[in-house]
Design a protein around this ligand. Sequence first.
Ligand SMILES: NC(=O)c1ccc[n+]([C@@H]2O[C@H](COP(=O)([O-])OP(=O)(O)OC[C@H]3O[C@@H](n4cnc5c(N)ncnc54)[C@H](O)[C@@H]3O)[C@@H](O)[C@H]2O)c1
Ligand SMILES: O=C(O)C(=O)C[C@@H](O)[C@H](O)[C@H](O)COP(=O)(O)O
Ligand SMILES: [Zn+2]
Length: 363
Amino acid sequence: MTTIPVALGSRSYDVVIEAGVLARAAEWLKPLSRGRRMAIVTDENVLQHLATLQASLTAAGVESEAIVLPPGEGTKSWAMLEQLTDRLIDLGIERGDHVVALGGGVIGDLVGFACSILKRGCGFVQIPTTLLAQVDSSVGGKTAINSRAGKNLVGAFHQPALVLIDPDVLDTLPLRHVRAGYAEVVKYGLIDDPAFFDWCEANAPALLAGDSAARAYAIAHSVAAKARIVAEDERETTGKRALLNLGHTFGHALEAEAGFSDRLLHGEGVAAGMALAFGYSAAHGLAPAIDAERVAAHLRAIGLPDDVATAGIAADGETLVAHMLHDKKMDAGTLPFLLARGIGATFLDTSVDLADVRAFLDA
Ligand SMILES: NC(=O)c1ccc[n+]([C@@H]2O[C@H](COP(=O)([O-])OP(=O)(O)OC[C@H]3O[C@@H](n4cnc5c(N)ncnc54)[C@H](O)[C@@H]3O)[C@@H](O)[C@H]2O)c1
Ligand SMILES: O=C(O)C(=O)C[C@@H](O)[C@H](O)[C@H](O)COP(=O)(O)O
Ligand SMILES: [Zn+2]
């Protein structure tokens, strides 16, 4: 068992990683249940793992009630937020209770946000069931739904009380979603850890094939990287946490163009966005062209998009930049970009001219 603390003072919590931990989840959840019925929120594709979780709770004498939502990015919506909060209120959830989010980043983001506003804030636990959620979204307390105008535009910082990661649940995850989650894994190498990028190049095939050692290493390494960054800059105010946004300004614009649908998964948008950020950096003499090509080649080799066209998007630079103006990093009318000086050397550039970005995207 690996336990990684997220050090945030009174909001600190542990990320517990162990194969098979879902079947023992009650060991951690029973003390949080206060002898009361626990609400578990999940989606229709996670029912097998819901059964394992509920069996563990039942065996420990903890009652639970499942709320099963439709799968997909469309669930991060006002309509689902309303439905979910009404249901939690009907169940009598109190501030001192902990709601369990069992699912991918969609369920985690929605449940976390619902819990941030329910009775002005109740507790929640993340039990992530996708690679993306295990390496990224379950840790750090960013919660949100999408608005008509863009990605994650309505949300809150609300930390979970605990994150329980069972890598074995990934055995049922379709390969397309494993690949999409991998984009957020390789992101940590590109941000500030070139040795981890080397590891990714060597081990991505094993990881994608479900090799348990590669999977365990990638999850623990990613969680440790995210925990370190979040502990330094919980609310993205110093520029440190913004590094986790590498590829996201481009990626969210591509996702918006795809209508936040299965046409382009979040991780796929991030992959294309990271390749674009490196391409832009190289085109402007900031990073060696060979690094940008190495990043794009790696993403292509494992079947992820590496530009606008391979992301399946036909929009021009002007359209994509218009989406970017909703980016949450906007500051007094300026949009800072995550660019790179090379692999493992990402930085926040506040001097990017959007006309250059338009021209780069059109080229
Ligand atoms: N809060 C954060 O810090 C953060 C970080 C990264 C991404 N995100 C958000 O996360 C979301 C994407 O998350 P995601 O990629 O997990 O998508 P997702 O939650 O839609 O899950 C992907 C698909 O896998 C299914 N699924 C989940 N677990 C499964 C399992 N074990 N077996 C079989 N099917 C399973 C789901 O039903 C869904 O169809 C985006 O909305 C993104 O914005 C948030
Ligand atoms: O945790 C963070 O900080 C991140 O930026 C992680 C990202 O992978 C994630 O997609 C996040 O939700 C994007 O943040 P946003 O502020 O651009 O919505
Ligand atoms: Zn992301």
